[in-house]
Design a binder for this molecule. Structure first.
Ligand code: FES
Length: 82
């Protein structure tokens, strides 16, 4: 698997809790988007693990084309146009 699967063409709204760790799915195969559920095994992809520094609502990338993971950077708009 060289390219991640496009899991969605709009960002996922998530409520983050300060101090909690999260694993962002980078392969696009997870059925618990935008978070990893272990389905990346054998693909060469690994989740991006991070700790939320504050409690807030965020918009995470579902198309897996963002250059600012785990956050949406608007790259999904180019997919819709192509
Ligand atoms: S399921 Fe996609 S990175 Fe784990």
């Amino acid at each position: 698997m060289n390219e991640p699967k496009v899991a969605g063409t709009s960002p996922c709204q998530v409520d983050l809790e300060a101090g909690k760790k999260y694993a962002f799915c980078t392969c696009g195969l997870s059925e618990a988007q935008p978070f990893c559920d272990g389905r990346h095994k054998g693909t060469g992809f690994t989740p991006t693990v991070f700790q939320a520094d504050e409690s807030k609502t965020a918009f995470f990338c579902a198309c897996k084309k963002t250059a600012n993971a785990p956050n949406c950077d608007g790259s999904h708009n180019q997919l819709k146009d192509s």
